[in-house]
Design a protein. Structure first.
Length: 233
């Protein structure tokens, strides 16, 4: 990769500004000042800006986060803190959430800089299943599981929801698995059968389950097996 492209990504500034910083002799490669943006970086090169090392990212990155309430899954939001607040990684702003959660929903969020990989999670044609722990305002009605299995009519939508699996844990708590991702789908499904979701926590996306050792706000890199589970098979 060219040095100016690398610096532009790392510092989040334009190539024109990078050129200015290079001329100002603020950039070193292996301890030597380099002024040319066209300098070809190899993975072994040690780059520093004002003496601070910049880490080269080789290959895509994949993380899971246990998202707390009160954070949004976009990378920038003028009104709310975003989940990137928790991610202590170089060039964290390059990461995006593969399947967002609402601000008040907690649990599993997958973060990556691999667009094709996240597309396989979010694209409707891949039917990536997601499992939620749902806390309800009213006791669960007897026929809800059967209704969800058959599909329910969401307000303002033409087609019924796809069959969903509902497991009752107690009168007010259920585990729900859905294979599509319509807007606010879980909340709207329960609204359609006359109930209301008070708490929503995502436990699983496809074969990737939230690591129960992660406290809210903690994250870890995905294992190779977890990453591979989303690959086309």
């Amino acid at each position: 990769m060219r040095l100016d492209k690398f610096l532009s990504q790392q510092l989040g500034i334009s190539r024109a500004l990078v050129a200015r910083e290079l001329r100002a002799q603020r950039v070193t490669v292996d301890g030597e000042v380099v002024k040319s943006g066209a300098f070809k970086l190899s993975p072994e090169h040690q780059v520093a800006f004002d003496g601070n090392a910049l880490v080269q990212q080789n290959g895509p990155r994949y993380f899971m986060l246990n998202k707390p309430q009160g954070y949004v899954c976009s990378t920038e939001d003028p009104d709310h803190p975003t989940i990137l607040y928790f991610i202590d990684e170089p060039v964290a702003h390059k990461l995006h959430a593969a399947g967002r959660l609402d601000i008040d929903t907690t649990g599993l969020v997958l973060l990556t800089d691999d667009g094709q990989w996240s597309h396989r999670i979010t694209s409707p044609k891949h039917h990536c299943e997601k499992t939620y722990l749902v806390t309800l305002e009213l006791p669960l009605a007897e026929d809800t599981a059967q209704q969800f299995e058959q599909g329910v009519q969401l307000h303002g939508e033409k087609s019924l929801t796809k069959p969903a699996q509902l497991e009752k844990l107690d009168d007010h708590q259920v585990r729900l698995t859905i294979g599509e991702g319509r807007y606010h789908q879980v909340k709207r499904m329960f609204a359609a059968v006359g109930n209301r979701v008070v708490e929503l926590h995502r436990e699983r996306i496809g074969a990737i389950a939230l690591d129960d050792t992660l406290e809210p706000g903690e994250y870890r890199a995905l294992t190779e097996e977890e990453v591979a589970s989303v690959m086309p098979g």
